[in-house]
Structure formats: C-alpha cells, structure tokens
Design a protein around this ligand. Sequence first.
Ligand code: 5GP
Length: 234
Amino acid sequence: MEKLYEGKSKIVYAGPDEWTCYIKYKDTATAGNGAKKEDLPEKGRINAQISNIIFDYLTRYGIKTHMLRFVDPTMILAKKAEIIPLEVVVRNVAAGHFSSRYGVEEGSALKNVVVEYSYKNDDLGDPLICDSQITALGIAEQFELDEIKELALKINELLVRFFDKAGIKLIDFKIELGRYNGEIILCDEISPDCARLWDKTTNEKMDKDRFRRDMGDVMYYYQEILRRVMKANE
Ligand code: 5GP
C-alpha cells in the first residue's frame, strides 16, 4: 500500500480510488507534541472500535463523517477529505490547558460551552488561533467557520447525551474536519485519546490524561470506555 502520511497515532494509505483512503490506527501514544512516547498494546484496535461506534451514532443523527467501513480491526476505509488544519476543541467543564491557561481549577463549571481553535502545526506547537487569524491566513473562510462551530456544538450535544447514558461525563474533546464533495465532514477520530472522559459518579479520569500524567492503568480504562459505549449503543 502507498503511504500518504504518517502521524503520531495514525497512518494514511492511498485507497482503491482517488476519493478514498485507508487509515490505520497505531498503538503508539504520544503526549507533549511527541516528547513522551510509548506503545500501548491494543490501543489502536480499541480506539478504532470506540470511534466507529461514536461515528455510527452521530451518523444516525445526521452528522456526516469520513467513515466508510472497517478493513480489519485497526484499519478503516474512509472518504479522502481535504483536512482543514484546525483542531476544534469543545469544552463543557474546565480542564487541561483551559485550566492552566486561565488559572481555573480543573473540574470547575463553565457558564457556557467553549469552542476554540488551534492551528494544527507541530512545528509551531498547535497555537490557539481566532476567527480573523484563520481567515487572514486562508486556512478556512468565515462561512466555513460558522458551519464548523454549529457542527461542533451539535456534536457536543449528541455526545454529552450518549456518554451520559454510558455513565461518563464529557469534559472536553477535540475534532478535526475536512472538505469533501462541497461539504464539511467529521474526520479523524473521537476516542479517549482526544476527549476527556470522567466517570459520572466518581470523577475518575478514564482518558489519555492517565498517560499524559503517568496515572497508570491506561488500557484498563480505555477498555472500560469501549465496554460502556458498546452497552450505551445497544
Ligand atoms: P487541552 O487543550 O486542554 O490540552 O485539550 C482539550 C481537549 O482536546 C482534550 O480532550 C484533549 O485530549 C484534546 N486535544 C487537544 N489537542 C490535542 C492533540 O493534539 N491531540 C489529541 N489526541 N487530542 C488533543
């Protein structure tokens, strides 16, 4: 297979035609822009499965995604979208960089849902970026940003409901979007690698923060997320 791109957690290969690509989920976990790196056996398979269940659920509610089908347990066939180099972060509760940047305790309530953008660029360390900077650099047009924000908020509403059913609080998450056939579609993945997921009753962290912060039992909790989302999806 022809490798088109290798990222920190996925590899993209050319698909059977020009409209599709294969995406392979790796077991590699990284944090701090690659400064911390480790192989976590089964992570690729578990994240691929979790993401697929969530994308399926979102599709049922009218969200368009890149997912076509599984090729094997760690590889999917996806629509080959033109990825918009933005990380779109949605926050329901203060945590992570929001807490450190603005000096608010992790777990603090927010008066409204936050949608923020970072420019996806490893060399620059994915800097925060605002609407007028995005349009000035030609990364996306304002009408696209308006659509992206509406889409992000709709995905958030659907995910909060879904994870609640699974006994999980959705603290925040990151999505990536792409242009495909004149539409903006949801790409990349939604998994514990890119979302903060806390147990609804104990507030136990069940996501990648366990890896970032050396809390241990990373794959135990990822497996538990998979078990719960499978049950919530029944
Ligand atoms: P923060 O900005 O607090 O670091 O992250 C906010 C949310 O977006 C978290 O759920 C985090 O997992 C996700 N996120 C932000 N940047 C990245 C990134 O570069 N890679 C991944 N996998 N997730 C990210």
